[in-house]
Design a protein around this ligand. Structure first.
Ligand code: ATP
Length: 445
């Protein structure tokens, strides 16, 4: 019977193998802040690059930008965040724990009892999630700035710039990946909900009457994307926002949810934001944000369909989904991370069977020659079986072993991570062989 993943198991693997560390660990850690280690940063970059390619280069009508984190404070008045970006906060009068009222179980919320100790809860207070700071040396009202709580607004305020400089026409999209900050009331579950995180957002500008069509289109596209990065389909589902759940700007919204170790939770939001943001920016800036459709000579404020995915939350999804503790033989098991080969932090492990008789030098040369093709890792330490298992645990999809036969006929043994099958191939074939295996990759379990 396969083991079920717990968050503790995942956190400990991530630390042990260098995916994610607690921030400021030597000072006792800063709660809810996490650092990405050597393997974690590769994984995160691979996810980001795949998203970027999918969402910009593979479409002829989506371009990218990279806007500043700190923006004019009026942006956040126009967007509604100063007024509306709040969560209802309740405190337990007994144990002093703090909760988001909308995230505690119904029975506790109605009875106003603490879910942890059963103590009395305070009435909810609205708490704004934006981090404030001051630009310049003087801490006064005029120099107040916010750290952006979403990357979307950096796109809206550049709508006209992009329109005038890149020859796009509606329908078109602007994509951005970057940090966002929210002063979250509760931040548990590892990197799932943190105060500093990264988003991958795309805002698609359309004619108002086409909103249903494009909303459906992006729902489908985004579902397909998770299939392409190898997420198991039975672990994904859509959740439509009910009237009470809709954000202040949204006409319709679907979340793509994933079944994390702690249960089903949002991974990405697909929102019909109507013309809310561009209309508000017109009002607040005094600069017209409408669009002139050349063919019809019609002027309108575009509607926006937004796809908003958490990058760091996708890292957690990919890690959770990849993990398996597999029984190999009686009394023998292995931990294997089934990363899609396109995302795996290391693509190819290269091992000499033994260090002596020139095999180590030969293996090192092969590894060096392949570095330009993909991320490689050379390992000559310990028994070969142990070396395979170490790569299984960090999700390396392929390993090649150099043995005595290699010296005679220039062949190596290539081992697949998932099936553990081995094939003999020529050294010169390795790059093509792997490119083909990548493109045909299907996770079996
Ligand atoms: P929630 O209601 O759970 O706080 P949300 O609905 O406000 O989240 P969105 O504003 O739609 O979230 O944000 C889009 C995406 O950004 C989310 O689907 C998630 O992947 C990511 N995200 C949002 N907040 C956080 C956070 N605190 N930490 C990590 N990722 C986040």
């Amino acid at each position: 019977m396969a083991e079920k993943l717990t968050m503790d198991t995942l956190v400990s693997l991530c630390k042990r193998r260098g995916f994610v560390y607690q921030s400021s660990d030597i000072y006792g850690g800063l709660s809810s802040a996490w650092d990405y280690g050597p393997l974690g940063v590769e994984l995160k970059k691979n996810i980001q690059e795949f998203w970027w390619k999918e969402m910009t280069r593979l479409h002829d009508n989506i371009v990218g930008i990279d806007a500043a984190i700190m923006m004019h404070p009026r942006v956040w008045e126009a967007s509604g965040h100063v007024e509306n970006f709040t969560d209802p906060l309740v405190d337990c009068k007994n144990c002093r724990q703090r909760f988001r009222e909308d995230k505690i179980p119904d029975e506790n919320r109605i009875a106003k009892k603490c879910p942890d100790c059963g103590g009395d809860l305070t009435d909810p207070r609205q708490f704004n999630l934006m981090f404030k700071t001051y630009m310049g040396p003087v801490e006064e009202g005029g120099s107040l700035v916010y750290l952006r709580p979403e990357t979307a607004q950096g796109i809206y305020v550049n709508f006209k710039n992009v329109l005038q400089t890149s020859r796009v026409k509606i329908p078109f999209g602007i994509a951005q990946v970057g940090k966002a900050f929210r002063n979250e009331i509760t931040t548990k579950n590892f990197i799932f909900r943190t105060c500093e995180f990264e988003q991958m957002e795309m805002q698609f500008f359309i004619a108002p009457e086409e909103d249903d069509k494009w909303f459906e289109y992006w729902k489908k596209e985004r579902w397909e994307y998770y299939k392409k990065i190898g997420i198991r389909q039975d672990k994904l589902r859509f959740h439509q926002h009910g009237p009470g759940e809709l954000a202040h700007y949204a006409k319709d919204a679907y979340d793509i949810e994933y079944e994390f170790p702690m249960g089903w939770q949002e991974l990405e939001g697909i929102h019909n934001r109507t013309n809310y943001d561009l209309t508000r920016h017109t009002e607040f800036s005094g600069k017209d944000q409408s669009y002139l459709e050349e063919v019809t000579n019609r002027r309108f404020v575009p509607f926006v369909i937004e796809t908003s995915a958490g990058l760091t939350r996708t890292v957690l999804t990919v890690l959770s989904d990849a993990w398996e503790e597999e029984v190999v033989d009686e009394g023998d098991s292995r931990v294997v991370m089934h990363f899609h080969p396109l995302l795996a932090p290391v693509k190819l492990g290269v091992f000499p069977l033994v260090k002596k008789d020139g095999l180590a030098e030969l293996a090192q040369k092969i590894e060096l020659d392949l570095r330009g093709n993909f991320a490689t890792f050379y390992d000559q330490g310990g028994a070969i079986g142990r070396r395979y298992r170490r790569q299984d645990e960090i999700g390396t999809p392929y390993c090649v072993t150099i043995d005595y036969q290699t010296k005679d006929d220039d062949t190596v043994t290539l081992r697949y991570r998932d099936s553990m099958e081995q094939v003999r191939i020529k050294i010169a074939q390795i790059p093509d062989f792997i490119a083909k295996a990548d493109s045909e990759y299907r996770r079996e379990k």
